[in-house]
Ligand binder design. Structure first.
Ligand code: ASP
Length: 363
């Protein structure tokens, strides 16, 4: 079975031959470590035509790297298996181990850059977590695949090769954590998974990707907004924060459930510019008065959540800025390890979400 996979993966890598890296002399090859966490890129199905009924996170990192031997032309690449899971099951413990290992590799100069292979479902959350916790100028690049490794037209070989090329490129340094998928380079702050099944499932709403990988090489098309300056410890236990999804007729009954479960924060995926139906607002205001931090985010895909109804400010709700609800949750959990003060947390959100209208509000 592994042989069958291996041949299929080799065939897939041959099929995308134009994406193979340019050869660099052995002496000057950068060192890249691939930390594998699982995902569809390491997924296996019973047949090469099965692209949905497969198991994520089963194939080991060495097999994935051996399937793209030419990757070694771009860099001296080594793999390490950190976990092998479907990223829907990502945990705080894996996040902590991942951040610690990246920190260790980069500070001990074990590598010039890191690639993290990851399931696409929570890739944006892990990318943001690493942005906020790992201090290094060296490139940290996440990648994955939308089709399992056994698929006839698997996208994993190309994405892995592209990610290594980006991590090995000196121009990628100092740009913060990056996500490379389908020939595009995205900044961690902006990127989101925007489609359930398409190969080009990743987008950076409003801003677009910061670069691309094409046959001529890696092209950074624009400078990212200032990369996040990581300020949080990955080692501390993270408090519970729940996301509640706004909708017509929301009476706020789930606020009580979140409090009952021990939430120290609630991200409300609000309507439009973070609007909250009146009954839900009452429940959230009670929670905020009891010391639970409430963030107003938006269930829309683009734009930033900026100050709206005066009642929201009076109730102490915080605007998420340009962070979507799942990213706002990651930032809030980390922010709560430092402070419970809503005014301080609002400042943190203004700084990290870096939405243009929010920046104007700080000045
Ligand atoms: N469910 C998979 C995962 O997130 C999807 C993927 O990797 O594309 O691990």
């Amino acid at each position: 079975m592994i042989w069958k996979f291996f041949l299929l993966a080799l065939a897939a890598s041959a099929a995308v031959n134009i994406w193979q890296p340019h050869t660099v002399s052995a002496a000057s090859r950068p060192h890249i470590i691939v930390l594998a966490t699982g995902g569809t890129i390491a997924g296996r199905a019973a047949s090469s035509s099965d692209v949905t009924g497969y198991q994520s996170g089963v194939i080991g990192v060495d097999t994935l790297l051996n399937a793209v031997p030419k990757i070694q032309d771009a860099a001296d690449v080594k793999g390490e298996q950190l976990s092998n899971i479907d990223s829907k099951d990502m945990t705080d413990d894996i996040w902590r181990r991942l951040a610690a290992r990246i920190h260790e590799i980069l500070t001990a100069n074990e590598a010039d850059g890191i690639v993290v292979t990851h399931g696409t479902d929570t890739m944006e959350e892990t990318a943001l977590f690493l942005s906020l916790t790992v201090k290094s100028e060296k490139p940290v690049v996440l990648t994955g695949a939308m089709l399992p490794a056994t698929a006839r037209n698997a996208d994993g070989p190309r994405n892995l090769t592209d990610a290594v090329r980006v991590a090995a490129n000196p121009e990628s340094a100092g740009k913060g954590v990056l996500v490379v998928m389908n020939g595009e380079i995205h900044a961690a702050r902006n990127v989101t998974k925007a489609h359930t099944t398409k190969i080009d499932a990743f987008e950076s709403p409003d801003s677009g990707p910061i670069g691309r990988i094409d046959p001529s090489g890696i092209v950074f098309e624009r400078s990212p907004l200032p990369p996040m300056q990581p300020q949080f410890s990955a080692e501390l236990p993270l408090p519970r924060v729940d996301i509640l999804y706004g909708h017509e007729g929301d009476d706020g009954a789930l606020v009580e459930a979140a409090l009952h479960a021990g939430a120290e924060g609630i991200v409300y995926a609000g309507l439009g510019n973070g609007s909250i139906p009146a009954e839900a607002e009452k429940q959230l205001a009670k929670a905020a008065a009891a010391g639970v931090v409430v963030i107003r985010a938006s269930r829309t895909k683009g734009g930033a959540v900026v100050p709206a109804a005066p009642s929201y400010a009076t109730e102490g709700f915080i605007d998420s800025g340009a962070l979507n609800p799942q990213k706002a949750r990651v930032l809030l959990r980390l922010a709560l390890t430092k402070t419970q003060d809503p005014a301080e947390i609002q400042k943190i959100f203004r700084e990290f979400s870096y939405c243009i209208p929010c920046q104007k509000m700080i000045q």
